[in-house]
Ligand binder design. Structure first.
Ligand code: SF4
Length: 478
């Protein structure tokens, strides 16, 4: 959600005339898009702001803006703690950023603007997308649930659904530009439609995506077990371009802990959804989120989580050690689990999950998979002389390209045979064929675009970098 918001911030600023600062240069404007879900978000923010204070002191006209969830939560206390911040804006009014920067510049005074509800649906804002072949598309923002560990409802507000026609128009426009993969995005995609009274709206949307010309892959995040209905499974199974990958947060395998988390499903319901998904799509890769050490979690509760991990055979899991999030109900729960107990459970969980994922991945050795070539997915690609991308089930695949084969571009589709499985990725050293796509063409075009232009600039600064050369006018931003 935040990554997509950052694409909007970039789009807004470029629309207002700013351009990205070149790598390594100090920017004229620095925008922090904060995430309060992350641990230590406030320490990281104030640490970064502290580093920037001397930069700003020696760079007249530089501006610093702070937005996102932490800004929504801390409001004017940000400018009290860091008076050199020029603009604070919240999650509901990201569209105000250019105006607030301008006002702060003209009035020479910090501007703090936080709205308590959504101004305009953010998808109507200009967006500069990071990838020419894969795009986020929001279906909703906000969440009507009240999970006790989560700050999202307090900061993003109640669920707002976008009309299906608007979503499809955006998907079609993206596909027309060459995008071949979209990820439908919402805090709880399964409750999509609650605002306009259609509980089957999400499955209808998936099916409608199935007839968008040129769109080859449709994914979504995040579903919620409470609202997951059979029609969504049917739509996934019957719509050819909907990927057989499901990231469905479990959080805990103990009913008592789920209750304390105020997650309104129970372990049996969760496992039944997985059983139904596998019955309809035997090749589905199911991944999850799990929190270890939620307040009150006993060893028996934790064993319940391990049992579900064994039974569900997750292809991957984001595992988290519970830690307090300021402003959440769980923060003040009395029965917090000692750190060392959480750590020890966490290690057992990760070891089991790795074993399970490895066993699942090994079953793919010898199979052909279609890989959407990606940029930046394989850190060791240069040394292993492989390329990387995602299979249709979203598994990470590193693959070798034989000499004499044209080098695939990000956005192209390669068919390869899996030759080795690791817990977190697959290796495919047998190459099948390459399909050059319009998405690959779109990526190639971005390589021809100039990375910088004179005048106003946009991008993250490098702290301590050499002072910026004078520019041809305007200001620089990042
Ligand atoms: S479903 Fe729960 S965890 Fe997810 S955003 Fe809503 S409140 Fe947070």
């Amino acid at each position: 959600m935040n990554v997509h918001d950052s694409e909007r911030l970039r789009g807004l600023l470029e629309d207002a005339g700013y351009v990205r600062a070149p790598e390594g240069d100090e920017a004229d404007v620095v925008v922090f898009n904060t995430c309060a879900v992350r641990e230590n978000a406030d320490n990281k923010l104030y640490g970064n702001l502290g580093h920037l204070a001397p930069v700003k002191a020696r760079k007249p006209g530089m501006q610093i803006a702070v937005g996102g969830c932490l800004a929504q939560k801390d409001k004017a206390s940000i400018t009290r703690k860091a008076p050199w911040v020029d603009v604070v804006f919240g999650t509901h009014n990201i569209g105000s950023l250019p105006v607030l920067l301008e006002r702060a510049r003209v009035e020479q005074e910090s501007q703090v603007e936080i709205l308590e509800s959504l101004d305009v649906f953010p998808s109507t804002l200009p967006t500069r997308r990071e990838s020419p072949y894969s795009a986020w598309v929001s279906v909703s923002v906000g969440c009507n649930n009240t999970c006790t560990f989560c700050i999202v409802p307090a900061l993003r507000g109640r669920e707002k659904d976008r009309r299906p026609g608007e979503i499809l128009a955006e998907v079609e426009a993206l596909a027309a530009e060459g995008v071949l993969e979209v990820t439908l995005l919402g805090q709880n995609v399964n409750s999509y439609g609650v605002e306009f009274g259609d509980r089957y709206a999400f499955s209808k949307l998936l099916r409608a995506c199935g007839s968008v010309d040129g769109l080859e892959r449709v994914r979504f995040t995040s579903p919620h077990p409470r609202d997951f209905t059979a029609d969504v499974i049917e739509a996934m199974a019957e719509t050819p371009n909907v990927m057989h990958s499901l990231h469905m947060p479990l959080q805990s395998g103990s009913d008592a802990v789920l209750k304390a988390m105020r997650r309104s499903y129970r372990r049996d319901r969760y496992l039944k959804i997985i059983e139904d998904v596998r019955a309809a799509m035997p090749d589905a890769a199911i991944t999850t989120d799990i929190i270890v050490g939620f307040p009150g979690e006993t060893e028996a509760d934790f064993q319940g989580t391990l049992d579900v991990v064994r039974e569900a055979r997750f292809a991957g899991a984001f595992t988290f050690q519970y830690s307090k999030r300021p402003g959440t109900p769980a923060e003040s729960m009395e029965n917090q689990v000692p750190r060392e107990v959480v750590q020890e459970r966490y290690e057992r969980l990760v070891a089991l999950q790795d074993d399970m994922a490895w066993a699942e991945n090994k079953q793919l050795v010898g199979q052909s998979v279609e890989v959407l070539v990606a940029e930046g997915e394989g850190r060791k690609d240069a040394s292993t002389r492989r390329l990387s991308g995602r299979a249709r089930d979203n598994r990470l695949v590193h693959f070798a390209v034989p000499e004499g084969v044209e080098t695939p571009r990000p956005g192209d589709l390669a068919t390869v045979e899996v030759t080795y499985a690791a817990p977190h990725h697959l290796v495919a050293d047998t190459f099948g064929n390459l399909r050059r796509t319009r998405a690959g063409d779109a990526w190639a075009r971005t390589q021809d675009e100039p990375t910088t232009s004179p005048g106003v600039m946009l991008g993250m600064p490098t702290l301590g970098a050499k002072p910026l050369e004078p520019t041809t006018g305007g200001c620089q931003i990042g």
